[in-house]
Design a protein around this ligand. Structure first.
Ligand SMILES: [Zn+2]
Length: 433
């Protein structure tokens, strides 16, 4: 990882704002407190960010933050889906086949086949391959449940994957993966989505750009051990995955592709195609992407991170519908199977899965351990060399060597952030004020 840039975090310390997840019925926000630790990276490598999200941090544009779980009314648990073991439910498969049939045959309607693929759609099922035709005129065996291939099913309607002998598709469905640049086309989709889904008007291009285009993650080449398909990403970093039907942009995923996961940042779609259940399909597509990257020789890339799971927020609960998924323990940072977490979350606002005796309902101040300045000799803060001009002239100073006055003033900032990052990661990054 020596080709990666250093990670430098400008610290903001504890941030308090009103919680957007709970509050009075019908209200848009509440007075209850949402507490987090924040930082603005000057630079951030993809591998350091991977380690940060594995400790409960998350990126929003060019800002990284971690909710202070014990002090926040609606704790946010990082949730990840095991892409390799993922088995879509019957309902999820049904949404996918329905969409495929709509793109290929132009048919839209209830599925008399119970959500399983129909053979006329070009992809041979396992049953057909094994049994072939029935030359002796014997009674045909009853069709059994066909083997489901997530990757095949996801790609089936895509122009780039239609074979010559397949039925010509009614709609031209295209998927492209590109860097997170701003375009008017993407912004228009975002504005429409905000209006139809979140009932918000007057979204500014600048806020779309800041929130969903700007990123600190550098494009870092991916070293596949095998040979990746042409549609797979060549770089880690922030991507836009564009869905086009007959040339029109109808949906878009914002994805951080990292050494250990595909991390979903945001998803938006056109209300014209609302019936397609794109939100559901996007998770299936992201799981297929992780599987294909893994198969192309990235043995660590086997997860889809779905952002934060908020048990107290009905709108966020859908994230638990993909299985098997895991939640991050807020104290030990180990992952626990979702099914073991929900009983604890039903009982407590703040749930500690590793040690349920720590679970509580009340709000509490975090217990940030005091660390002596002398014990922080391997943690560095970036400072501008005195007398240098605005460009360059940076140096790194060990926290054990900063002046006592400086330490008195900024100690809280450093200790809070070190507590949330952990000592190993604090020694790997550089702090800045
Ligand atoms: Zn709340």
């Amino acid at each position: 990882m020596s080709e990666e840039p250093l990670s430098i975090l400008t610290l903001h310390g504890t941030q308090a704002s009103s919680c957007g997840y709970c509050g009075p019925p019908g209200g848009r926000s509440s007075s209850r407190s949402y507490i987090s630790i924040g930082a603005t990276p000057m630079q951030l490598s993809c591998s350091v960010y991977q380690k940060m999200i594995d400790r409960g941090w998350r990126r929003s544009g060019q800002y990284v933050y971690k909710p202070t779980m014990i002090q926040t009314c609606c704790p946010q648990y990082p949730i990840r889906l095991d892409a390799l073991a993922f088995e879509p439910t019957r309902n999820q498969r049904k949404a996918l086949y329905r969409f495929n049939r709509l793109m290929i045959a132009g048919e839209d309607g209830e599925d008399e086949n119970g959500g399983d693929p129909v053979s006329k759609e070009g992809v041979k099922t396992k049953e057909q391959n094994e049994k072939g035709t029935n030359p002796k005129g014997k009674v045909k065996p009853k069709p059994r449940k066909q083997e489901f291939s997530l990757v095949d099913a996801v790609h089936e309607p895509e122009v780039a994957f239609r074979t010559e002998d397949a039925q010509p598709a009614r709609h031209k469905f295209e998927i492209t993966l590109e860097s997170s640049t701003f375009t008017q086309e993407k912004f228009k989709l975002y504005k429409d989505y905000q209006f139809h889904v979140h009932k918000e008007e007057e979204k500014q291009a600048s806020s779309f750009k800041r929130f969903l285009c700007d990123t600190d993650l550098p494009r870092t080449p991916i070293a596949y051990a095998g040979s990746p398909g042409k549609h797979l990403p060549t770089h880690y970093g922030t991507h836009h995955q564009l869905y086009r039907i007959d040339g029109e942009l109808v949906a878009m995923s914002v994805l951080d592709i990292l050494p250990g996961c595909v991390s979903g940042v945001y998803f938006m779609y056109s209300n014209k195609w609302e019936k397609c259940q794109f939100g559901k399909l996007s998770v299936l597509r992201e799981a297929a992407l992780a599987r294909e990257m893994y198969a192309a020789g990235l043995p660590n890339l086997k997860w889809v991170y779905l952002g934060f799971y908020i048990h107290s927020c009905q709108k966020m609960k859908y994230k638990g519908d993909y299985s098997p998924s895991y939640l991050l323990d807020p104290e030990t940072y180990e992952w626990f199977p979702m099914k073991d977490c929900t009983p604890e979350l039903d009982k407590f606002r703040y749930a500690c899965f590793a040690d349920p005796s720590h679970s509580i309902n009340e709000l509490r101040n975090p217990n940030v351990p005091d660390i002596a300045q002398d014990d922080l000799k391997d943690v560095f803060v970036v400072e501008r060399l005195s007398g240098s001009t605005a460009s360059g002239g940076l140096t790194a100073v060990s926290l054990a060597e900063v002046s006592p006055r400086y330490w008195r003033v900024y100690k809280e900032y450093f200790l809070q952030t070190i507590h949330e990052l952990g000592m190993d990661l604090s020694m790997e990054v550089f702090f800045s004020l």
